[in-house]
Design a binder for this molecule. Sequence first.
Ligand SMILES: [Zn+2]
Length: 335
Amino acid sequence: MRILVLFTLFISLLSCSAKRDLENKDDLLMKKYAEEIDTEDLKEHLYLLASDVLEGRKTGEKGQKMATNYLTAYYKHLELQAPQKYPKYEQTIPGEYFNRAADKSSANVLAYILGSEFPEEVIVISAHYDHLGKKGEMVFNGADDNASGTSAVMEIAEAFQAAVEDGHRPKRSILFLHVTGEESGLYGSRYYVSHPVFKIENTVTNLNIDMIGRIDPKHEDKPEYIYLIGSDRLSEELHEIAETVNKEHFGLKLDYTFNKENDPNRFYHRSDHYNFAQNGVPVIFYFNGEHADYHRPTDTPEKINYELLKLRTDYIFYTAWELANRSKRVAVDPK
Ligand SMILES: [Zn+2]
């Protein structure tokens, strides 16, 4: 009898700790498709987006439109779905929205994979693709800000799509969202949350990537790090998943310096995830911190650490895979 009691206790302890674990036991599949995230591909996308030809991708201008075309051609080639309302993957935002002439309109680029079990629920993986343009002949290439995040989203989409092609569709939908107008005031993400493709209340999480290809001065000795911002603000469960995925698979140093409520940099308010968080959507903002080339014409592709970019992209992909395949969507904490 006593043994039975002990045994029952043991089992209940076991299942209790299992609850805190990751639910996704398809590690092999996840690892297999992470191989689709290719360091050379990341580099190729990044060099193209940050090249002088694109003239710093200023919102509404010619160079940015070239970036828009590059992204839409890519998703068409991958055969991802375009939203019914935006069959060319472009959510066009009129110029007035940016307080400028109507002919300077610009577009968010969106493509998605429909979930198999909870298609109405969505994980949004976002990165802004606009940058500062040029001053005279001086091009602001924005290699880290944010060709790095843009390339990461593109490769994550390819990895999920490769899984779909082999019959491993995620349980939830995943929207790949390249927003415009970030540098001038988070316009693209604000427009998206007021004109969403999946209902905001069914938007389970926003993973937002803005600058993940460089190393800031603080981490020069130990470059395998990333700043996480916002992960615990709306959902303790999301925060724990981010931690557990890292602990089990990566061992990156997760730096929460900029997540502090009173941090003077206020990064939590300064990239596109903020518009999701304001609407009650749990978010994680992935960021490498500032460096000497931040918002300077010297933010160029040869300064990117591509191995590190791949590692951080893998980490975000694993996190997205877990979030998309859990039996229940992550819970928003009670207020
Ligand atoms: Zn940025």
